[in-house]
Design a protein around this ligand. Structure first.
Ligand code: ZN
Length: 85
């Protein structure tokens, strides 16, 4: 399950929550229990997806790997993060 970061506009706390893709945003802050105060932040998970184009270009060189084995390496993720910043 993907990990998302949420920021509470009420208590200013940032929390990480595991949500399935079909889940709605949490409407209850786990810290102050204020409802309707959670805002989704762009997390490392999102950065990794944005950087997947660079990963695919790299992947073509690794012909010994199965196309089904579509898991970015740590190096690819770090490169994607640097590119986005
Ligand atoms: Zn809160």
């Amino acid at each position: 399950m993907p990990l998302y970061e949420f920021h509470c506009v009420h208590c200013q706390k940032t929390v990480e929550l595991m949500l399935s893709l079909s889940s709605a945003n949490p409407d209850l802050c786990p810290n102050c229990h204020q409802t309707g105060s959670m805002e989704k932040l762009i997390s490392r998970v999102n950065f990794k997806m944005i950087g997947s184009g660079g990963y695919k270009a790299d992947f073509k060189k690794k012909t010994f790997q199965s196309p089904l084995n579509d898991v970015p390496s740590i190096e690819d993720a770090e490169r994607a993060l640097k590119k986005d910043i």
